[in-house]
Design a protein around this ligand. Structure first.
Ligand code: NAD
Ligand code: MG
Length: 386
């Protein structure tokens, strides 16, 4: 039995993780659940899987959550510090890191320091704190297992590598809903249009990131850290069908790919079952039904966020943290209809340009940069029009 904590249980990845738990009741036991604001769903999940602890980030929801769980013997806590402390629940073997944004960094660092296995969906953790996270992983000797479908694919492809170094990583991108939009059409897209992803059903922030190609940019930085790959050896190819989840090229030119339906249950389950494999969580892949797979290069003129992410990744230091913070602010403002779609890259560009790069050595320093970059990006919002 593997004892797990699900951080961000009420989100898209959190809910899919609970489906994997439901399918594997004799293998997985949930000891802690955390959520942001949605106390109703968190309470429902807790009453279903009886963890020892539930934590809600929003302190104003504590009373409602506590009432909903009265008589259940489940401990209830609230606030950001309590989320970080959730990884101290015992016994615990693994943490599914499914909080969205840089808010996931501190809990992941705490889980690494506790020596827990990390099933990482929260890519922003590696974008913001890649260097410090990887140092901590090495120091603690923990397994950092990718949940992101592309990285799960690369991880699986690499298992055929033996001792051969990989030559190149090829990350596939669906291209999002606006793949064929002109620059003029892009300027006018609405949150409703951007929230309709052609293949994947995901949380709001990552769905917008997919439509700007920032999601792919964040994934390039994530791959850099997870697989110790130079940016020149990480390539992105648009594959609108989302069946090939990513590929690895070896030094003899041979390319290995991992395929599957676009559904997160498989990569989530593999992170939890690794190094073994459990029964399939989905119907088998039917290539005749897929019928055709196509590929094209990404267009960084219409989708500059991908280029900005490469730039920030290559620059290193605080730049990926600044990029991520500006993106979080801009995406939230777009969803509130405060700015237009193309203001998202504009705000990221201006925020990056207003920071001088430097190296930082602690998570506290990174969180300070994160806060400063959010302030800068917020101050730029009023100059943009919706
Ligand atoms: P989501 O918005 O659906 O869920 C996010 C979860 O985090 C929710 O439980 C929310 O309550 C919680 N949360 C949000 N802000 C918080 C805060 N400040 N403090 C504590 N908890 C907070 O997002 P999602 O789509 O499930 O994505 C989660 C992470 O996984 C993201 O980093 C995303 O990039 C990554 N990811 C998601 C998918 C997917 O298919 N959804 C695929 C690959 C990677
Ligand atoms: Mg992905």
């Amino acid at each position: 039995m593997k004892n797990i904590a699900i951080l961000g249980a009420t989100g898209s990845i959190g809910c899919s993780t609970l489906e994997v738990v439901r399918n594997n009741p004799d293998r997985l036991s949930v000891r802690a659940l955390t959520g942001g604001k949605n106390w109703q769903l968190l309470a429902k999940q807790a009453l279903e899987c009886h963890p020892d602890l539930v934590v809600i980030a929003d302190k104003s929801a504590y009373g409602d959550l506590k009432n909903a769980l009265s008589g259940s013997q489940i401990r209830v806590e609230a606030g950001d510090e309590a989320i970080v402390a959730a990884v101290e629940v015992q016994p615990l073997d693994a943490v599914v890191a499914a909080i969205v944004g840089s808010a996931g960094l501190s809990p992941v660092m705490a889980a690494i320091d506790k020596g827990l296995q990390i099933c990482l969906a929260n890519k922003e953790t590696l974008v913001v704190g890649g260097s410090l996270v990887m140092q901590a992983v090495k120091r603690a000797g923990v397994d950092l297992l990718p949940v992101d479908s592309e990285h799960s694919a690369i991880f699986q492809c690499l298992q055929s590598a033996q001792t051969n170094p990989l030559h190149k990583i090829i990350i596939t991108a669906s291209g999002g809903p606006f793949r064929q939009f002109s620059s003029g059409q892009l300027a006018a897209v609405t949150p409703e249009q951007a929230l309709k992803h052609p293949n994947w059903d995901m949380g709001g922030k990552i769905t917008i990131d997919s439509s700007t190609l920032m999601n792919k940019g964040l994934e390039v930085i994530e791959a850099h850290w997870l697989f110790n790959a130079a940016y020149d050896n990480i390539e992105v190819v648009v594959h609108p069908q989302s069946i090939i989840h990513s590929l690895v090229e070896f030094s003899d030119g041979s390319v290995i790919a991992q395929l599957g339906w676009p559904d997160m249950k498989l990569p989530i389950q593999y992170a939890l079952s690794w190094p073994t494999r459990w029964s399939p969580p989905l119907p088998p892949l039917d290539l005749a039904k897929v019928a055709s797979m196509t590929f094209e290069p990404p267009d960084t003129t219409r989708f500059p966020c991908l280029a900005y992410a490469y730039e920030a990744g290559r620059a290193g230091g605080i730049m990926p943290c600044v990029l991520n913070a500006a993106n979080e602010i801009a995406v939230a403002a777009f969803l509130r209809r405060q700015i237009g779609f193309m203001s998202i890259p504009a705000i990221i560009r201006k925020t990056m340009d207003s920071f001088s790069n430097k190296q930082v050595t602690t998570v506290g320093q990174l969180l300070e940069v994160d806060a400063q970059a959010r302030e800068t990006a917020t101050s730029l919002l009023s100059a943009e029009v919706a």
